[in-house]
Design a protein around this ligand. Structure first.
Ligand code: BGC
Length: 378
C-alpha cells in the first residue's frame, strides 16, 4: 500500500464540489469542514501540486466568511457595550460542506467559538499564493481577508475553545500562534492594491501577539498550554498546572512565531518528547486527555516528524513515518488516534458508545503524512 498516494486520493475524493474538505467521511460527528483541519489539508494539496484543490478550498472559505461578515459588526457592538459575545457575534469554527452554519442543536455541548482557524486559513492562503504566484486570488478574497483581520483584532484576547475544542475559559498559545501566522501572512501583502492598510495593521498586531506570548506564556523556560485572560485590570497570566500540549509545536512550525532553535521552543519540544511521545510509538495530545481514552494522534506524530526534518533529525522523522504506516488499515486509511496504549482506558468505551469507532479516515491525519513525506523528500 502506497500510503502517500492513498492519502492524496482520500483527500481529493472527499473534497466537496464547492471546495470544502470534510473532516472525516465515515464519522458522523465530523461531517463538517473545519477551518483548522482544512487549512492543513489545503497546504498538503499545494505541496503535491494539486493547486486547484487548495484554491477551491480558499474560495469556499472566502464565500463562508463573506456570508457571515456582518457578525463582526455585531461583535464590535457587543464588545463596546461590555457584553459577552455569543453565537450572533462569533464566526464558527466549522461549517456544513455547502458553507453554512450547522443547526444549533448541540451549541451547548460543543462550542463553536475557536479563533485559531481564522489565522490558519490566512497562513495557508499565503503558502498557496507563494507556491502558485496567484496574486489574483488575493484580489478576489479582499473582503474575507479584511474581515478576518478585523475579527482577529477583536477576539485575540478573549477566552475561547482551544484547538481540541476544550477549555473555553482560557487563552491558548497554539491559537495565538495561528493568529500570528495568519497576520504575518497578511502583513506580507502590503504591496497588494487595497491591502496595504490591512497589512500594516496585521503586522503591528502580529508583533504585539509575539510579545504577549514571550511575556506571559513561558514558564520555567518553556511554553505552557493555557493562559488566564486579562481581567479586571489584571494582565493575562499562565495557568501554571496546564502542562505541555503537543499542539505547541505550532509555535515553531508552521506559524514560526519563534525560531526552531529558540531556547523556549527547544525546551517545549523536549517536554513533548518526554511527556507525550510514547517510545517507539506515537504522540499524545496532552497527559490528561480522555477523548476516546486518550490515544496517540497520527497528525501530531507526523507534526513532530516534520519538526525533526527541519532540525536535521531525519532518522527520528523516518521513525515517526514508519510508526504511522504501521497503524494504517489494510486499505491505507488513517485514523484520528490509535487506541493501543491509552492514557485513560476507562474512557474509551463511553465514547465508543456515544459516537462509534474512532474517526477513520481522518483527512487531517492524511494531510500531515503528506506534509511529512514532502519534508523528507526535502
Ligand atoms: C479535534 C479538532 C478537530 C476536529 C475535526 C476534534 O476532535 O479536537 O482539533 O478539528 O476533531 O477533525
Amino acid at each position: 500500500m502506497d500510503l502517500f498516494q492513498h492519502s492524496i486520493n482520500v483527500i481529493l475524493k472527499n473534497q466537496h464540489p464547492e471546495g470544502a474538505y470534510i473532516a472525516s467521511p465515515a464519522f458522523e460527528t465530523y461531517h463538517y469542514c473545519w477551518l483548522r483541519d482544512g487549512s492543513f489539508i489545503a497546504y498538503s494539496m499545494d505541496k503535491v501540486g494539486k493547486y486547484e484543490s487548495a484554491k477551491a478550498f480558499y474560495r469556499w472559505v472566502g464565500r463562508v466568511i463573506t456570508r457571515y461578515a456582518a457578525k463582526v459588526n455585531v461583535l464590535e457592538a457587543m464588545l463596546q457595550k461590555g457584553e459577552k459575545p455569543d453565537h450572533r457575534a462569533i464566526l464558527n469554527t466549522r461549517f456544513t460542506l455547502d458553507g453554512f452554519e450547522e443547526e444549533r442543536s448541540d451549541e451547548g455541548e460543543w462550542g463553536n467559538f475557536q479563533v485559531d482557524g481564522y489565522g490558519s486559513w490566512l497562513w495557508g492562503l499565503a503558502e498557496h499564493v507563494n507556491m502558485t504566484g496567484d496574486k489574483a486570488l488575493l484580489q478576489e478574497l479582499l473582503e474575507p481577508i479584511n474581515v478576518s483581520v478585523r475579527y482577529l483584532q477583536l477576539v485575540w484576547q478573549l477566552p475561547n475553545y482551544d484547538c481540541w475544542e476544550e477549555h473555553p475559559e482560557y487563552l491558548h498559545p497554539y491559537s495565538l500562534a495561528s493568529i500570528y501566522g495568519g497576520l504575518k501572512a497578511v502583513a506580507s501583502w502590503s504591496d497588494q492594491p487595497q491591502l496595504s492598510a490591512c497589512a500594516k495593521m496585521a503586522g503591528d498586531l502580529a508583533g504585539e501577539i509575539k510579545r504577549f506570548l514571550a511575556d506571559y506564556a513561558v514558564v520555567d523556560g518553556r511554553f505552557i498550554k493555557h493562559l488566564y485572560p486579562a481581567q479586571k485590570g489584571q494582565p493575562a497570566k499562565p495557568v501554571l498546572n496546564s502542562g505541555v500540549d503537543a499542539s505547541l509545536l505550532g509555535l515553531a512550525l508552521p506559524y514560526a512565531v519563534f525560531g526552531l532553535n529558540d531556547p523556549a521552543i527547544e525546551a517545549t519540544i523536549q517536554a513533548i518528547e518526554k511527556d507525550l511521545h510514547l517510545p517507539g510509538g506515537g504522540v499524545y495530545r496532552y497527559k490528561e486527555d480522555v477523548y476516546y481514552g486518550g490515544g496517540e494522534w497520527i497528525l501530531l506524530t507526523a507534526w513532530l516528524g516534520w519538526y525533526y526534518v527541519l532540525v536535521g533529525k531525519k532518522e527520528e522523522a523516518f521513525e515517526m513515518l514508519k510508526w504511522i504506516e504501521s497503524t494504517a488499515a489494510e486499505n491505507g486509511d488513517l485514523t484520528e488516534q490509535v487506541s493501543e496504549h491509552l492514557l485513560a482506558p476507562a474512557h474509551f468505551q463511553p465514547w465508543l458508545e456515544k459516537w462509534g469507532p474512532v474517526a477513520s479516515p481522518l483527512l487531517w491525519s492524511h494531510a500531515m503524512v503528506i506534509i511529512l513525506h514532502k519534508a523528507l523528500e526535502g
